[in-house]
Design a protein around this ligand. Structure first.
Ligand code: ADP
Ligand code: MG
Length: 292
């Protein structure tokens, strides 16, 4: 592309809230055939709300939420914010924590007022050696509603479940439709579990879902697609998406997400909605058509 046509395209992009890093990013994007999208914060608002607190043992609901929310004050994850806000709305006083530790893509643990608490997904429970099979039916019914369910462990024992739900952004469905229509193959990759992920994907017409994926797994997926000759763009919002954004042919960061995601991206969507990808696609195609 000529420097002039690139300049015009990036200028128009910026005007529409699509920040394109350089000529290379624009050129590469015109060749992309596969788009990987992260779920939380990309397809969805990324502002989940607490929906359920289920006590499974001796710890009553309010205490369960108190322990979970106190612990999550140490985390910057959107799920953590939902749990803390949920506790505050219910007027539950929180406790001080010590020894906080986060396992990326899995959950958090620490000491809440002298009690060992862990909170996270099935992978974290596996790491802790805690069997959750007895609660499978309850779990699946929450997940089939698109809810993300986390396990709460108190003193090494499964004490309950907390569930949150995250709304799909109002602009997502139309953008996915337009991107499909433009010939892109779309894959949803998420650290969330299969049932929840499928429920969200189904409502958007996305049929390729990779769930239970750790941050390194998103990068591995890109490597797998590259080995098959695909040209891959990856859209994500989080700190945990940075390695995948960097590994993709074009990384697309949600401007509403983490700074490190934007640093790793060739394209940043200021408004954080997927219509920005539709716009970027049109710009890239128009620019490249002019020069061929
Ligand atoms: P996504 O790929 O959908 O953005 P993440 O990789 O950020 O998801 O998180 C994957 C999963 O790890 C979450 O669905 C949740 O089960 C668990 N998890 C991550 N961080 C936390 C946290 N702070 N508290 C509880 N669970 C967490
Ligand atoms: Mg995310």
């Amino acid at each position: 592309a000529t420097p002039m046509s690139i300049m015009i395209a990036t200028g128009r992009g910026a005007h529409e809230g699509v920040l394109i890093k350089d000529a290379e990013a624009l050129e590469r994007f015109s060749k992309v055939d596969t788009l990987i999208v992260d779920k939380t914060g990309t397809l969805t608002e990324g502002k989940p709300r607490l929906t359920d607190v289920v006590a499974l043992g001796d710890v009553v609901e309010d205490d369960l939420l108190r322990l979970a929310a106190s612990l999550e004050r140490g985390s910057e994850h959107p799920l953590a914010a939902a749990i803390v806000a949920g506790a505050q709305e219910r007027g539950i006083a929180l406790l001080d924590i010590t020894g906080f530790d986060a396992a990326t893509g899995k959950g958090v643990r620490g000491n809440v007022g002298g009690t060992a608490v862990a909170l996270g997904n099935a992978a974290m429970m596996a790491d802790l050696g805690i069997d959750v099979a007895a609660h499978d039916a309850q779990l699946q019914s929450l997940r089939d509603k698109g809810k993300t369910v986390m396990f709460v462990v108190v003193d090494q024992r499964l004490a309950g479940l907390v569930a949150v739900a995250d709304r799909i952004k109002p602009t997502t469905a139309a953008a996915i439709k337009a991107l499909h229509a433009s010939g892109l193959k779309i894959i949803m990759a998420t650290g969330d579990n299969e049932r929840t992920a499928r429920s969200v994907a189904k409502s958007l017409g996305i049929d390729d879902v990779r769930a239970d994926i750790l941050p390194e797994g998103k990068k591995a997926l890109i490597d797998e697609l590259h080995a098959r000759g695909a040209v891959v763009a990856m859209a994500g919002d989080g700190i945990n998406d940075a390695p995948a954004l960097a590994a993709a042919d074009v990384g697309i960061a949600m401007g509403t997400g983490a700074d490190v995601a934007m640093e790793s991206a060739g394209i940043t969507l200021v408004k954080g909605d997927l219509n920005g990808i539709v716009r970027a696609r049109r710009l890239a195609e128009a620019t490249m058509r002019n020069i061929r």
